[in-house]
Design a protein around this ligand. Sequence first.
Ligand code: C5P
Length: 286
Amino acid sequence: MELTANAKINLTLDILRKREDGYHDLQMVMQSVTLADQLTVAPAQGEEGTALSDLHFLPTGGKNLAQMAAAAFRAATGRGGEVDVSIRKRVPVCAGLAGGSADAAAVLRAMNGLAGTGLSLEELAQIGERVGSDVPFCVLGGTALAEGRGERLTPLAPLPACYITLCKPPFSISTPQLFSRVNVRKIVRRPDTAGVIAALEAGDLAGVARRMYNVFEDVLETRRLAEINEIKSVLIDCGALGASMSGSGPSVFGLFADRDRAQEACDCLLESYRDVFLCAPAGPNV
Ligand code: C5P
C-alpha cells in the first residue's frame, strides 16, 4: 500500500496549563501541508516488521514511530500482522513539522486497509494518541483546532488557498526541554486563537497570517530566537502576510498569497539554508 504522509504547521500554538501527568494542555490551530513523506506498507517478509528510510540514522525496528503505530494498531484491534514500512523521507526530522507522527498516522491508515478493519479516521486517531500527541491530528489532517494534549480535535474551515515557504535552520530543539522552560503564568504574548478561527471562517488569509503566534518563541535561547527572527524577517521582506515558528521548532514558515513571492523567499533563504521548501495547504484525509 502506498501512502502520502503530510507534514503539519502550527498556525497558532498556545500553552494553557501544566497538568498533573507532566503533559501540558495546549490550544493549537494545526494545518496540513503538501510537504510529505511517501510510505509503502506491506506484510512483513520476516518474522518482525521493519521500518527502512533513506535517512540512515533513523531507527529501523520497533523504536521507529511507524512500527510503534503498527504495534498500537495490533494491540487496540487484535488484528493486523507485522508490516514492513519503507519511507521516502522528505519532511525534515526534529523540525516541529510532525514528520514522524505523520508517518505513524499513515501506518495506522495502511493497517486499517490491509487488515480490513474498516475503522473510521476518528477511531484510528484514538489509537494514535498512544503513539504521540501529534498523531491524532496527522490521522485526520486538514485544518483543525487541537486541544488537551493535542488529541482533542475540532475540524476548522480550511486555510484559504496560499503558498507556504518553510525553512528549517540546522539545529534541533528538544521538545521536553522546551516545555520544561515554559512558566505558564509568565507567558506575556499569546496567539489570537479565536481571531484566527474567525478569520478562517471568513476566508481571510491576511487575517489568519496577521494573528499567528507560537508561545514557544518566548522561551528560546537568545541566539536561537535571533535566528528564528532573522528567517521571519526574510519571509516578511519577501512579501509574506505573516510568519511564525511551527510546533517546538525550529522550522519557520511564511504564508503568501502570491506564488512568485513565496518562490523568491525560497531563493533568498536557500542562500543560507539547505532545508527550504515551497508548499501549500493540504486538505483532510479521507
Ligand atoms: O506526546 P509526545 O511523545 O509527542 O510528547 C513529547 C514530549 O513533549 C512529552 O514527553 C512531554 O514532555 C511534552 N509534551 C507536553 N505536553 C503536550 C505534548 C507534549 O508536555 N501536550
